[in-house]
Design a protein around this ligand. Structure first.
Ligand code: DGJ
Length: 686
């Protein structure tokens, strides 16, 4: 039987004839509605030549490639010991889902493949020890063969406050491997591995990508084997694990996406897919977070004026960050003691929460449940609850709790439940500020998921943000349990332009916390124009991270304009199609959101560094209807962009109405922005 899955312009073809594990014949552009006879001929015609000095039969690339098939590249499911072939294979298809059961004398592997209506391929393995001796599982990756034209690889590196730095390479023969050992994604999370036809960009090129939906250690690789196959593989990274008889391992889901239209084509599948199961229930409120405003300086007197200012500028949710709980004077103590610090808050958080609610805002609270300070009542009472040794390395002066210990999970649930019961908390900022630095991280990740699920089940209305020193825990499995991610600890718009752009390939903008920070960024010390900060933060889940009691009246007015703009357009900003435009000048970043009916678009044109040439390249819109006329105007984000020009392009003064075809093919001349500035444009169809 040949299985042909088709959805949204994607075809995935598996040959499950014969006794072996089904072979992957094609993953890529839609092949059309092939009749059974055509599929059969296609499968037969796919048999390759037999090369000299090789196995004596044609190489078949199965869903579980390994030595037993003659595949000497990295195997998918690797079990230590003698080479044993998978046999007694059966498949069961239910619509868009195929389950493949492969057996060998000592193990079964059940592989589930699903092609979603958006054309996203979801693949996972379950490996069970069916023998009577322990079995050592070395890896359980999902591996896809790629066409040889997919020669260029893009993945991501990064560090604190500089997450998701793209890196491109064209590997030769061998393995380009990215593995993580953080117990969370980490700031250098490879995040998405993309292999494509060299030169692919946001708007063009054929690309194949994988993402591991998992909040612990992962592995992604591209291997070019001398055998004449290039493969893309992904899965959980773990040290070899022993499965006792009857025990099984279930891999995370690998999310595999193909696009014939560059990186934007990946978002065109991933964003609608994420939105199809998104937990977000209501419009994203403008958020003020207190971290960079007051750090640990908590008191009603200090925060009362901030609440008032926040309400004045249009904030809808006020979040009390780190510093509110028993003994938390600084970042060296008190994690784990999740009761309100009565020295700072003699009557609890009630007066603050009441102020916030009376001002018409929701109240949110920061927690870091999986962590503990050695200097805490919790660590003193339960030294055995630590996952990391108290004498071992600290990281931000803290240790990790063994959440997989049911007593720890119960304690954390009870503390969080008590807070959510006592206070009307609309939102939890759930932080995680260190690597685990232990080799086996899966139990901790599974315990986190259990805890999040319990909290959500007990308090279904509460939204949760995944934060890990900024964007250190952003993946498509945690996204099923949270409503927002803290994209990065940096609010420097220059860094944010890049971080949001790349994170936004996978994660829809409504999830990406993006705040307007102080003029001088706390993380980089760089000074940025207010207009640039506002324009940058507009394109995510917008918020503010600044002590508004020290902001000038003019800047407060600007923020008021900006929050009104955001709330007016958030329907489009958060539900539209993300379209990035490639610019010949790497310093120019063009980002837009287009309504699904193509009636409207909002576009940001940002210049990050000194220009390449005296005149800027015209901005060519993308994603509009070529046959409709659009009126393009500059949007007042609250503060102007700085430019250095004797005269702006005349059209900018009053706007212009042009056909979509002209806007997309020829574009509009741009103002000569100084480095670190952006203009926001709006195109509305007549
Ligand atoms: C790290 C987070 O990313 C910050 O936003 C802030 O919440 C601090 N932790 C608080 O300790």
């Amino acid at each position: 039987m040949i299985h042909h899955f088709r959805a949204a312009g994607v075809s995935f073809v598996l040959d499950s004839r014969g006794a072996g594990v089904p072979a992957i014949l094609h993953w890529g552009r839609d092949l059309g509605a092939l009749a059974d006879a055509d599929l059969l001929t296609f499968a037969e015609a796919s048999t390759p030549a037999v090369s000299p000095s090789s196995i004596d039969s044609p190489l078949r690339f199965s869903v579980l490639p390994g030595l037993a098939d003659g595949w000497s590249g990295r195997p998918a499911v690797d079990i230590a010991g003698p080479t044993v072939a998978w046999d007694r294979v059966s498949t069961r298809r239910d619509g868009a889902v195929l389950e493949i059961s492969s057996e060998r004398v000592d193990a079964t592997a059940t592989t589930t493949l699903e092609l979603t209506p958006q054309g996203v391929l979801l693949v996972a393995h379950r490996v069970r020890n069916v023998g009577d001796r322990p079995l050592t599982l070395v890896s359980a990756d999902v591996v896809f063969p790629l066409p040889e034209r997919a020669r260029e690889v893009l993945d991501f590196a990064g560090l604190w406050s500089r997450e998701r730095r793209p890196q491109r390479t064209q590997p030769g023969h061998g393995v380009w491997l990215r593995e993580t050992r953080h117990g969370r994604g980490g700031h250098d999370d490879p995040f998405l591995m993309v292999a494509g036809v060299p030169g692919f960009s946001f708007r063009s090129g054929e690309v194949w990508s994988t993402h591991v939906a998992w909040s612990g250690d992962t592995r992604q690789f591209v291997e070019r084997a001398a055998l004449g196959r290039t493969v893309l593989g992904a899965g959980e990274r773990f040290d070899p694990v022993t499965l006792a008889p009857g025990e099984q391992y279930t891999s995370p889901t690998v999310v595999a996406t193909w696009s014939g239209e560059g990186l934007d084509g990946l978002s065109d599948r991933l964003h609608p897919w994420v939105r199809s199961w998104s937990t977000i229930r209501s419009p994203r409120p403008v958020t003020l977070n207190t971290w960079e405003a007051v750090y640990f300086d908590h008191s009603l007197e200090r925060l009362e004026p901030l609440v008032a200012r926040a309400a004045e500028v249009g904030v809808e949710r006020f979040v009390l960050d780190d510093g509110w709980f028993q003994g938390r004077l600084d970042d060296r103590r008190a994690l784990g003691d999740w009761t309100v610090d009565l020295a700072k808050w003699p009557t609890g958080l009630h007066p603050l929460a009441a102020l916030v609610e009376d001002a018409g805002m929701q109240f949110g609270l920061w927690v870091e449940p999986e962590m503990v300070s050695v200097d805490s009542d919790l660590a003193r009472a339960h030294p055995d609850w630590l996952l990391t040794s108290a004498e071992g390395l600290t990281w931000r002066w803290q240790h990790v709790l063994d959440v997989a210990n049911p007593a720890v999970e119960q304690y954390l649930f009870e503390r969080i439940d008590a807070l959510l019961t006592e206070y009307r908390i609309a939102y939890l900022k759930w932080d995680h500020n260190r690597d685990l630095l232990v080799s086996t991280t899966r139990p901790q990740v599974e315990a986190l998921y259990r805890l999040l699920d319990r909290v959500r089940a007990a308090h279904p209305g509460v939204e949760i943000e995944s934060c890990a020193s900024g964007g250190g825990r952003i993946d498509l499995e945690i996204l099923r349990r949270v409503d927002r991610v803290w994209t990065s600890d940096t609010n420097d718009p220059l860094e944010r332009q890049r971080i949001q752009r790349w994170t936004g390939i996978v994660v829809p903008p409504e999830y990406l916390g993006s705040h307007v920070g102080d003029a001088r960024a706390h993380t980089t010390g760089r000074v940025a124009e207010l207009g640039f900060r506002l324009a940058t933060a507009l394109f995510g889940h917008a918020g503010i991270e600044s002590d508004l009691t020290r902001v000038s009246a003019a800047d407060l007015a600007a923020l008021r304009t900006w929050t009104a703009l955001f709330t007016h357009h958030r329907g489009l900003l958060h539900h539209g199609r993300t379209v990035r435009v490639d610019s010949a000048d790497p310093a120019v970043m063009i980002h837009s959101v287009v309504a699904h009916d193509l009636g409207e678009a909002i576009c940001s044109y940002a210049v990050l560094e000194g220009a390449d040439a005296a005149l800027a390249e015209p901005l060519r819109f993308a994603g509009l209807d070529p046959d409709r006329r659009y009126t393009v105007t500059a949007v007042d984000v609250g503060a102007p962009a700085m430019s250095l020009q004797d005269a702006p392009p005349p059209w900018l003064v009053e706007g212009v109405t042009l056909l979509g075809s002209v806007l997309m093919q020829v574009g509009l001349p741009m103002p000569l922005l100084s480095p670190g500035n952006a203009v926001v444009l709006r195109a509305v169809a007549s």
